[in-house]
Design a protein around this ligand. Structure first.
Ligand SMILES: [Fe+2]
Ligand SMILES: [Fe+2]
Length: 471
């Protein structure tokens, strides 16, 4: 090689190095100029978020510990690959700065985000080791392009899950705000509650998974809102398409949303308490139905189902409930149904002092209470419409496959076949992902049965990367 040629190649390599530093510095510019974003990143790094450290390093153009040699000349295809990787990395960076992305490194969404950032890092580092030959670069680019396609898919999954979480936390905030105002005797726009009820109804109509919100312990209004949304979600699925409820369903769902407005006045430490209540605390809790009903009268001066539901949702048909020990004949049918939803929702959701009960257990326990005369049997049997395993449940079949429940049976079959929903297999018997989508109607395929539903930790493991929004 002549001196001139060697010199030209050195200049080309130097230009490329300067070019790459420039691009990386440009991508990092937004972070450097944004002290709030930089502080958020530093927080996550401090809390041990490896992926944030990685993003921070890559986006700021920090030098890796070992400096891979840069290729002499990058082919057009290689350069396109780098541009695409940088674009995907910038999108991941934007998501990392969004407070919706959980700081908990063990959260499946954070894990998916982190490992996806790692894939891009691997691609960029591999490009740095490209050989000079264009044909060799082309072969390697093909493999790296395939990795970036997977990265793109994962990015879509992360974005969809973050949208979902944003919607859910937004709804809890909106309802908590309304409940605070109701409890404080301030004006609340009933139309905004009806809009929220309409969103819950629409999700039920679309057959979307039922959410059992854990009880937030930071604020009683958040707790009442999260629980109200779960109860409304249950009720929406029970009355959807029911002729008796036509034209009244929104009223019922609003009642479900606000039925625990009286909880807002409870002390925050009582909501978060994990041990048994003292006698005085128990008396405070037993006041929440009437406190809620009194606050809601200002919203509906002429009375209505929301007020009855707030006042009577802890009454039991056999007189064992509170605050008044009312019996069967003094309770409206609508309130009896909401009480059934309230009991089922509370059992199936996590509480500060216990984890969530499996939906099947929550359903059978609610039916047992009806059998003993505490709850209305006819209203409790409506829960069978949810099936033992509501949509969104992850179950193990008797052949070892893991499946996601898509829909319960409909009509008469919903009542006779509650353990046989329609499912799709997500993991084969030996643990590998299902190669092709397979839908099973277990009411038709009677040789297959559900053995159990998976515990939250198992759900994370099986579904975390595929559907973090379902975990
Ligand atoms: Fe309550
Ligand atoms: Fe409740």
């Amino acid at each position: 090689m002549s001196d001139t040629k060697a010199l030209l190649e050195k200049i080309a390599a130097l230009r490329l190095r300067i070019d790459q530093s420039h691009h990386l510095a440009t991508a990092a510019g937004a972070t450097a100029a944004d002290p709030a974003g930089a502080a958020a990143l530093e927080d996550k790094v401090r809390s041990g978020g490896w992926h944030s450290a990685l993003l921070d390093g890559v986006l700021r153009g920090a030098e890796p510990a070992e400096k891979p040699a840069l290729p002499v000349r990058l082919s057009q295809r290689g350069a396109r690959l780098v541009r695409q990787a940088r674009d995907l990395l910038a999108q991941l960076k934007a998501l990392a700065d969004d407070p919706i992305l959980p700081a908990d490194a063990a959260d499946p969404l954070a894990e998916l985000h982190r490992s996806t950032a790692g894939m891009i890092d691997a691609v960029l580092r591999t490009v740095q080791t490209f050989p000079p030959s264009t044909s060799a670069q082309s072969r390697m680019s093909e493999g790296l392009e395939a990795i970036l396609e997977v990265v793109d898919d994962r990015l879509s999954i992360v974005k969809a899950a973050m949208r979902q979480r944003s919607t859910e936390t937004g709804r809890i905030e909106r309802l908590a705000d309304a409940l605070r105002r109701i409890a404080a005797g301030q004006a609340v726009n009933v139309a905004s509650l009806e809009q929220l009820a309409g969103e819950v109804r629409e999700e039920a109509r679309q057959g979307l998974p039922l959410r059992f919100h854990a009880l937030p312990t930071d604020d009683p209004a958040h707790a009442a809102a999260a629980h109200g949304l779960t109860v409304a979600g249950v009720l929406a699925r029970l009355i959807d398409g029911d002729a008796d409820w036509q034209g009244r369903d929104l009223e019922g769902l609003v009642a479900a949303l606000v039925h625990d407005a009286g909880m807002v006045r409870l002390p925050a430490e009582l909501i978060a308490q994990t041990g048994p209540l003292t006698e005085e605390q128990r008396r405070l809790v037993e006041r929440h139905p009437l406190a809620g009903a009194q606050a809601l009268v200002k919203l509906w001066p002429g009375g209505g189902w929301a007020i009855d539901a707030a006042a009577d949702h802890h009454e039991r048909l056999d007189g064992t409930g509170y605050p008044k020990g009312k019996r069967d004949l003094h309770l409206a049918d609508e309130v009896k149904l909401l009480t059934v939803c309230d009991v089922y929702a509370a059992l199936a959701s996590a509480r500060p002092w216990r984890g969530p009960h499996e939906p099947r257990t929550a359903l059978t326990d609610t039916l047992l209470l009806a059998d003993r005369g505490a709850l209305d049997r006819k209203q409790a049997e409506r829960l069978l419409r949810l099936a033992f395993y509501p949509p969104g449940s992850v179950v193990e079949l008797d052949d070892g496959c893991v499946a996601l429940v898509l829909a319960p049976q409909v009509g008469e079959r919903a009542l006779t076949q509650p353990a046989r929903p329609v499912v799709t297999v997500v993991r084969e018997a030996f643990g590998q992902a299902a190669a092709t989508p397979r839908y099973l109607d277990l009411a038709q395929q009677t040789e297959r049965t559900i053995v159990r539903s998976l515990a939250p930790a198992e759900r994370r493991q099986v579904l975390g990367r595929l559907y973090p929004e379902l975990v």
